[in-house]
Design a protein around this ligand. Sequence first.
Ligand code: ZN
Length: 89
Amino acid sequence: MKHLCPVCGWDGLLEPAYDENGRGSHEICMSCGFEYGFDDHSEGVTHAQHRQRWIATGARWFNPDEKPEDWDLETQLANVMPGSSSGTG
Ligand SMILES: [Zn+2]
């Protein structure tokens, strides 16, 4: 059972990013590099801020070894941003 990253939409997390009490797992997303419970709680970075920064810097994988050969950024982002296909922001 894999879990979804609420920041970038990668579905390969070993644990849920947050438990039912909202505590971060401290797992680091292999795709966007967000650490749940650290980057947000300690650094004050929101998911949206991290996502925008990650995309702006080229959406590079934190661990490129985990990147699927047929990986597609927009497909992955659709997991966390459904129906956001229109508009230039
Ligand atoms: Zn992620």
